[in-house]
Design a protein around this ligand. Structure first.
Ligand code: RIB
Length: 313
């Protein structure tokens, strides 16, 4: 029987301009190419989950009744994601304004629009769902209600706490897995002095911290697992974290161990950084398998040792 992942969250149309550098406050920079890409943390994670293979992927999302919704629905549909769409006639489809610099840095401002119309009552029936994957670009009350409903139905709940915000204890208590980057860990764990303290403060069964170009670590069942990053030349890191989250949950849903899932998610996320755009950059199962088969590119023992030293755990 194939497993099912439900992603509940945001979808945006990304307006991307490339420039030499991301403008500082008050600065104007002349950019170069402008393009739009289907994005949004929830939709990106759903696409990553579907492209990872092995898990049926469904997504609950809210869109406006406008032209911005069309490329988003097309991208999700092409990836094979089954959609539960809440259509809001009053609000525009979510948008994100992204400046992408030549050194692959970005600055993102989101106008959530219809994403804010997602309500607790919109959660579809959870029959057959193994994992619910959530983010924080939709109302926090809705995220909490969906997490609690899934937990009550015996569905595993993963939250990518992005964009960072302080989380209510009730939400943390409803989670099986929390995925954060270092900035998000800082906010969610109340500005800990170091990684170990941050991990110790979070009473979630599995906490995963992504560390950018260094890799990631997981604390699960009292153990620390490390996964160094794949070495790449980044072009655009937009959706790298989303690719990691979607691939990770898809891998767990198809029965892989946490260490295997971290490896696969790291490989997919590295590939996503080598291409432009959000959903357009997310690799499929075959591309990830090819990278994993290239043993010269899979991080080895020295990379593990370096990451352990960097984490000081
Ligand atoms: O994580 C990347 C995403 O953040 C972009 O696609 C943008 O839409 C924002 O939601």
């Amino acid at each position: 029987m194939s497993s099912t992942v439900l992603v509940a969250g945001s979808a945006n149309l990304d307006f991307v301009v490339r420039a030499a550098h991301v403008p500082a406050p008050g600065e104007t920079v002349l950019g170069r190419q402008f393009r739009t890409f289907p994005g949004g943390k929830g939709a990106n994670q759903a696409v990553a989950c579907a492209r990872a293979g092995g898990a049926d992927t469904r997504m609950l999302l809210a869109l406006g009744e406008d032209d911005f919704a069309r490329p988003i629905e097309a991208s999700l549909g092409d990836a094979g994601v089954r959609l539960h769409v809440v259509r809001d006639a009053q609000l525009p489809t979510g948008t994100a304004f992204i400046c992408l610099s030549d050194d692959a840095e970005n600055a993102i401002t989101v106008a959530p629009g219809a994403n804010m119309a997602l309500q607790p009552m919109h959660l579809p029936p959870l029959d057959g769902v193994q994992w619910l994957l959530l983010q924080l670009e939709t109302p926090l009350d809705t995220v909490l209600a969906h997490a609690r409903a899934a937990r009550a139905a015996g569905v595993k709940v993963a939250l990518n706490a992005a964009p960072a915000q302080v989380l209510p204890a009730a939400l943390l208590a409803a989670l099986d897995m929390l995925i954060v980057n270092e900035g998000e860990l800082d906010v969610v764990a109340g500005h800990p002095p170091d990684l170990a303290t941050g991990l110790a403060r979070l009473q979630v069964p599995c906490v995963i911290v992504t560390l950018g170009a260094r890799g990631c670590l997981a604390r699960s069942e009292g153990r620390i697992l490390l996964q160094p990053a794949f070495s790449i030349e980044p072009v655009d890191t937009t959706a790298a974290g989303d690719t990691f989250c979607g691939t990770l949950v898809a891998s767990l849903a198809r029965g892989q161990t946490l260490q295997q899932a971290l490896l696969r998610a790291s490989a997919a996320s590295a590939l996503a950084c080598t291409r432009l755009g959000a959903q357009s950059s997310i690799p499929d199962h075959a591309e990830v398998a090819a990278l994993l088969a290239d043993t010269a590119r899979v991080p080895g023992a020295a990379a593990h040792a370096a990451l352990a030293t960097a984490c000081a755990l």
